[in-house]
Design a protein around this ligand. Structure first.
Ligand SMILES: [Zn+2]
Length: 80
């Protein structure tokens, strides 16, 4: 059972819901993302302002996983 509502990009992406409202939300997200990239204002990563330990606790994952995600983000940023 999920707490996510329909009509959200999160439900579309994480739960694979392909209902009309979720597909619309995903379409809106992609359009806004492409527009921001075209204008040079796209910021896929935000500074969450906390330590890896705090982020891990908040997300319910291990610190190693948080650090691995951070390294991956840096590599993707460098490759762009
Ligand atoms: Zn849905």
């Amino acid at each position: 059972m999920t707490a996510r509502t329909h009509g959200t990009y999160t439900r579309y992406k994480l739960e694979g819901c392909r209902c009309y409202p979720c597909a619309g939300a995903a379409s809106d997200y992609r359009a806004n993302r492409e527009r921001a990239i075209a204008y040079g204002t796209w910021q896929p990563f935000v500074d969450h302002g906390c330590t890896p330990e705090a982020a891990a606790q908040r997300l319910g994952i291990t610190v190693g996983y948080v650090k691995a995600l951070h390294r991956l983000a840096i590599r993707r940023e460098a490759a762009a």
